[in-house]
Design a protein around this ligand. Structure first.
Ligand code: IPD
Ligand code: CA
Ligand code: CA
Length: 270
């Protein structure tokens, strides 16, 4: 892997140390727009830390991040390097001192994900990948499951922001449930993608995510032989957030999966 990716890994570990240091301190919790959408002073602090740290590593790169109004992909972002950062993915878990909550850094090249680093500070798990170079957990090569649905557990998102998305997700969960070994919900989209990449879970779907929720994990999953698309099975545009369906190699090869696109069409989009 490129030295650049190793430097990003180091920055992610340092961000993780800031997150670990938060426990037992005042988190400075504030509500953002919509329901169950929080930001803490650590989300802001880690994003500021990473912006400065990564700017030193790659001065020509642009930045997109969940916090501080840095969340829109502009036409200039489609060329050259772009860091897409979620300083803490799983903020609600973080607030409740619950694992997982991760720091996540995607690096785009000419508008497409090129490298991804996800660090889970509580368990000291570092996931990383570079396009064409494979995916790794703590330096050990990982591959998604080659088993089918009946030999896997699935992950589901919580869609805390929308009761109508939650209702449709429940229906889709029901449709998968019959054929898999059951569902789990971790509370971190990026961690879910890493769980599929490392063969622990078979798949995951969620109806509305920000670009930073899957920017890093998408490269890690694809480099681990998995597949990530929208609900209609189309490639992601990586220009904005979207619904995602992420599958391990074995489940992606199954031609009789529930029709996720039909469920998507049931959602009123609110
Ligand atoms: C959230 C997490 C969660 C997902 C939410 C995301 P945040 O990100 O990834 O798993 O269900 O939709 O918003 O707000 O903790 O960075
Ligand atoms: Ca997130
Ligand atoms: Ca976040």
């Amino acid at each position: 892997m490129d030295r650049l990716v190793h430097e990003i890994e180091q920055a992610a570990r340092e961000a993780g140390a800031i997150i670990r240091s938060a426990h037992g301190t005042e988190l400075g919790i504030e509500n953002k727009e919509g329901r169950a959408n929080f930001v803490t002073k650590y989300d802001t602090m880690v994003q500021e830390f990473l912006t400065e740290r990564l700017r030193n590593i790659l001065p020509e790169a642009r930045f997109l991040g969940e916090e501080n109004g840095m969340d829109l992909f502009t036409s200039e972002d489609a060329e050259g390097y772009l860091f897409v950062i979620d300083p803490i993915d799983g903020t609600t878990n973080f607030i409740h001192n619950l694992h997982p909550h991760v720091t996540s850094i995607g690096l785009f090249k000419d508008g497409q994900p090129w490298a991804g680093v996800v660090y889970a500070p509580v368990t000291d798990q570092l996931f990383s990948a570079q396009r064409g170079e494979g995916a790794y957990e703590n330096g050990v090569r990982i591959h998604s499951s080659r088993q089918g649905l009946s030999d896997n557990i699935m992950l589901t998102g919580t869609s805390g922001f929308s009761m109508s998305a939650f209702a449709v997700s429940q229906k889709l969960t029901y449709a998968f449930q019959e054929r898999c070994q059951g569902f789990r919900s971790t509370g971190s989209a990026e961690y879910n993608l890493c769980m599929i990449a490392s063969g622990r879970a078979g798949g995951y779907f969620e109806m509305k995510l920000g670009l930073w929720d899957f920017a890093a994990g998408s490269v890690i999953l694809e480099e681990a032989g998995g597949r990530i698309t929208d609900y209609h099975g189309r490639p992601l545009t990586y220009r904005e957030g979207s619904g995602i369906v992420a599958l391990c190699e074995g489940i992606a090869a199954d031609e009789n999966l529930p029709d996720t696109g039909a469920y998507w069409d049931m959602w009123d989009g609110k």
